[in-house]
Design a protein around this ligand. Structure first.
Ligand code: CP
Length: 307
C-alpha cells in the first residue's frame, strides 16, 4: 500500500491500521533524511501550505513548519492573535481569504472540537488537524506511536498507560485510537473526575492508583493538567494532585521494572512529573519532539499524493 485511504488528516479515528503503518514506515525514511548533512528534499516543491494557529503552540507549530521546509514546500503562517480574527472575521472568511492566495494544504489548530472537520466540508484544500479543542491531535499520536516503536521495537502487545487529565486531552483520545489500532493494551489513570465515564467503552482499562498503573505498564505517557480548559475545580489542589498522580524519581526507581516515560509537552515540571524523571535516561520526551518532524513530513508527503 502506498496511498492513504483518506484525503485529509482530521483524526486517528478515521484512519485504518494500514494508514498508520504507512505513515510510520514513511516517517522512518524521512528520519534518515533529516539526519543527513543535507536535510532538504524537493518532494513538495510547488505545494503551498498554510499553518493556521487559532490557539497557542510551540512544538506542533515549529515542527510542522520545519517539516514543510524540509520538503521544499512554500509556507505561510497565520496566528489568530495577530490577525483580523480579532476584528470579528469568521473562520470560513479567514480561510477563504487564505485559499484565494492559492493554498494547497491547511494545517490548523483550533480551540473548538470539530473545527478541522467543519473546514474540510467547506473548502477544497487538504486539511491536517493540528489539535482541535479536547477532541483529537492526530500527529501527536502518530509521533508517540513512532517513538514507542523506535524504543521498544514494536507496539503490538505493549502496555501503555496514559496518566492525568484524560477528560480534557486530545492527546489521550488520539493515542487511545492509535495504540488500540496497532494492537497495544491501553490503560488510563487519574482522578475519577478527570476520567470520562465513556472511556472504558473504547476498550481501555481504568485505574485510579498510580503505582498499580505503573507496575502494569511498559510505557507511561504523563499528561499535563489543562487548567485553561477547566471551568470548575476537578481536584482539591495541585499539591494533592501531585501527591496522588505526579511521577517522581523515588516512585519510578521503586518499580519492579524499568518503564519508558513520555510526555507530549508542554511539561508542568513538579506537577505531573518531576524534573529528574523528565530528564532521566528512561524519558524519551525529546525523542518524541525529534520524531515529530519526520512523522509530519510523512503525513504531508502522503496527503499531497507525491508517493
Ligand atoms: N504537544 C503539543 O501539542 O505541544 P504544543 O501545544 O506546544 O504544540
Amino acid at each position: 500500500m502506498s496511498k492513504l485511504s483518506t484525503k485529509h488528516l482530521l483524526g486517528i479515528k478515521e484512519l485504518t491500521a494500514d494508514d498508520i503503518h504507512l505513515i510510520l514506515s514513511t516517517a522512518e525514511s524521512f528520519k534518515e533524511v533529516i539526519n543527513r548533512p543535507i536535510k532538504k528534499v524537493p518532494s513538495l516543491r510547488d505545494i503551498t501550505i498554510a499553518n493556521l494557529f487559532f490557539e497557542n503552540s510551540t512544538r506542533t507549530k515549529l515542527s510542522f513548519e520545519l517539516a514543510e521546509k524540509r520538503l521544499s514546500a512554500d509556507v505561510v503562517n497565520f496566528s489568530s492573535s495577530s490577525s483580523s480574527v480579532k476584528k470579528g472575521e469568521t473562520l470560513i472568511d479567514t480561510v477563504n481569504n487564505i485559499l484565494a492566495m492559492k493554498v494547497d494544504m491547511v494545517v490548523m489548530r483550533h480551540p473548538n472540537p470539530g473545527a478541522a472537520v467543519f473546514l474540510s466540508k467547506h473548502i477544497d484544500a487538504k486539511i491536517i488537524n493540528a489539535g482541535d479543542g479536547a477532541h483529537e491531535h492526530p500527529t501527536q499520536a502518530l509521533l508517540d506511536a513512532f517513538s514507542i516503536k523506535e524504543k521498544l521495537g514494536s507496539i503490538r502487545g505493549k502496555k501503555i498507560v496514559i496518566v492525568g487529565d484524560v477528560l480534557h486531552s486530545r492527546v489521550a483520545l488520539s493515542n487511545i485510537f492509535c495504540l488500540l489500532k496497532l494492537g497495544a493494551e491501553v490503560m488510563v489513570c487519574g482522578p475519577t473526575t478527570l476520567i470520562p465515564k465513556y472511556i472504558s467503552s473504547l476498550g481501555v482499562k481504568v485505574e485510579h492508583n498510580l503505582r498499580k498503573a505503573l507496575e502494569w505498564c511498559d510505557v507511561a505517557n504523563m499528561l499535563r493538567i489543562q487548567l485553561e480548559r477547566q471551568e470548575i475545580k476537578y481536584f482539591p489542589s495541585i499539591r494533592e494532585y501531585t501527591m496522588l498522580f505526579g511521577l517522581n524519581k523515588q516512585l519510578l526507581d521503586s518499580l519492579s521494572k524499568k518503564i519508558v516515560i513520555m510526555h507530549p509537552g508542554p511539561i508542568n515540571r513538579g506537577v505531573e512529573i518531576t524534573s529528574d524523571v523528565a530528564d532521566s535516561d528512561q524519558s524519551i520526551i525529546l525523542e518524541q519532539v525529534e520524531n515529530g518532524v519526520a512523522v509530519r513530513m510523512a503525513v504531508l508527503f502522503l496527503l499531497a499524493g507525491r508517493a
